[in-house]
Design a protein around this ligand. Structure first.
Ligand code: ADP
Length: 265
């Protein structure tokens, strides 16, 4: 179960949000070297008389530039935790410091601004808008962020070039392979120059060779742009090959967390 808005809702919910919309000051405290810091974070649901501890007292610090893979069996709380870190959901208790703010204390407008300016998201099912061309799909976050028209074309071209799809800008998603659609989704996630990229099973709909090429692309982008990547996956071999750190969840708890020997970052 996903306790969050759909990507289209996420994008459209941002339509109403301009920089002018939120003037409130934000709580600052997170150490600069951490991209995200979770302190005793829980997210509980109540269904009738049953309490579901989707995320249960998780503490975790993710340094800037890390590539963290979040592993665990289905229902272990990975997506709930990702959605909390991405500002799509709020914790029942605990603090989530990201980009100098405690997300648990932000208003809805401030959270939407965090989603728009600080993070990018990539999903298993790509979530491209079928009637739009590649260029229009990638441009959408810039329009929502009210980036000036004169700047948008160059930013879209740069993002599509980074994922090696600059020759396909006028095509529609249905005319692309799965791997190309995911590359387009990555370009869309990057176009607002986020500090943190969240990926929820980004290779789940792809064959293994295409999945590996997507992972290589993510690593290349991370190294070029100096981003932090946090990826949910159930594919341990893929995580071990590409991530710099593995965190394993079970029953809402963090079961283990550690660097992978001999790998990047
Ligand atoms: P994973 O991503 O590891 O498969 P999830 O984070 O989706 O796990 O779910 C963790 C637990 O929380 C599951 O038991 C799931 O049924 C429950 N859960 C998730 N979202 C909701 C919700 N909106 N309402 C009630 N229970 C939920």
């Amino acid at each position: 179960m996903r306790p969050c808005l759909s990507p289209t809702q996420i994008l459209s919910s941002n339509v109403v949000l301009s920089e002018r919309a939120s003037q409130r000051h934000m709580t600052a405290t997170a150490p600069d070297h951490n991209a995200i810091q979770l302190d005793r974070v829980s997210r509980h649901y109540t269904l009738g008389t049953t309490a579901i501890r989707a995320v249960d007292d998780v503490s975790l610090s993710i340094a800037g530039g890390e590539f963290l893979a979040l592993l665990g069996s289905s229902g272990s709380g990975k997506s709930t935790l990702l959605n909390l870190m991405a500002g799509l959901d709020r914790p029942t208790s605990g603090a989530i410091h990201a980009d100098g703010r405690n997300l648990a204390e932000l208003s809805s407008l401030e959270l939407a601004r965090y989603r728009r300016n600080t993070i990018g998201m990539v999903f298993q099912s790509f979530n491209l808008l079928p009637r739009m061309t590649l260029a229009e799909n990638v441009e959408l976050p810039l329009r929502l962020a009210e980036v000036d028209h004169s700047e948008r074309d160059a930013r879209v071209a740069e993002a599509l070039q980074r994922v090696k799809l600059d020759k396909r800008t006028g095509h529609r998603p249905a005319e692309l392979s799965g791997g190309e659609q995911q590359r387009t989704a990555i370009a869309r996630a990057l176009v607002n120059r986020p500090k943190i990229l969240f990926a929820d099973e980004p290779t789940g709909n792809l064959d293994s060779a295409t999945g590996e090429s997507i992972m290589n692309l993510l690593i290349e982008i991370k190294e070029t742009l100096g981003m932090t990547i946090i990826m949910v996956t159930h594919e341990r071999p893929l995580a071990e090959k590409f991530a710099s750190r593995l965190a394993v969840m079970g029953d809402g708890k963090l079961l283990s967390d550690g660097a992978i020997a001999g790998v990047k970052s």
